[in-house]
Ligand binder design. Structure first.
Ligand code: GRF
Length: 220
């Protein structure tokens, strides 16, 4: 069997994206292996999800460290000793320092519940509703030193509907997150990603749909 891409997944909460990655691997749809799951939050349900699937799951509490760099160095120690190729941030709510970013340059990806570069940061579903946009969605991107600014790998678009709350919109977006994150990791596993500045080029990715999306739909 070909060498499988070794993942380190960082979480802080429920871990539904982690679950989707696990499911894709177990179904044979993603040639990757989760070496370790790390949470900064001891109560993260994602830790339990990992253990249920026999995956190494550890908690590293950021509050046990004197500063961000010391916390990051501990994460690095675990990830490198686990032989991780790609760091997957899946609802990880800590900002990583340059010490960490340099060690895994172009090998850290994140998922964000908005169409970047619009709406970086937190509470973005509410911000999208308040701004009156007709579409939102999710983005998988490389992590650089900015907040949600790195090169974009894949996005999914969902409509924003009248009557949406932050929760109903978040739920609609999350369903798409569960599809695009495994797909982004698959590009890595297959060695198909090249980065040129802010543009990510994906080899033999098939044809991109040219049709526009309309919300509300066109009536004629
Ligand atoms: C997702 O919406 C993700 O985009 C954001 O945090 C949430 C994590 O959800 N970064 P889960 O823990 O994967 O369920």
């Amino acid at each position: 069997m070909a060498q499988r891409l070794k993942l380190g997944v960082l979480i802080s909460g429920g871990g539904s994206n982690l679950q989707s990655i696990i499911d894709h691997i177990e179904r044979g749809n993603l040639a990757a292996k989760i070496q370790v799951v790390i949470s900064n939050n001891p109560d993260a349900y994602g830790l339990e999800r990992a253990r249920k699937h026999g995956l190494p799951a550890v908690c590293v509490r950021h509050t046990d460290f004197s500063d961000r760099e010391a916390f990051d160095r501990e994460l690095l120690r675990i990830l490198t000793s686990s032989g991780v190729d790609l760091v997957v941030l899946a609802g990880f709510m800590r900002i990583l320092t340059p010490v960490f970013l340099r060690a895994f340059e172009k090998r850290i990806i994140n998922i964000h519940p908005a169409l970047l570069p619009s709406f970086p940061g937190t509470h973005v579903q509410q911000k999208a509703i308040d701004a009156g946009v007709r579409f939102s969605g999710c983005t998988v991107h490389f992590v650089d030193e900015g907040i949600d600014t790195g090169p974009i790998i894949i996005q999914a678009v969902v409509p924003v509907l009248e009557g949406d709350t932050a929760q109903t919109l978040a739920d609609r977006i999350l369903k798409e997150e569960h599809k695009i994150y495994p797909q982004a990791i698959r590009y890595f596993a297959e060695g198909r990603i090249r980065v040129e500045g802010l543009r990510v080029l994906i080899s033999a990715s098939g044809s991109a749909p040219e049709a526009a999306l309309h919300n509300p739909p066109l009536e004629s």
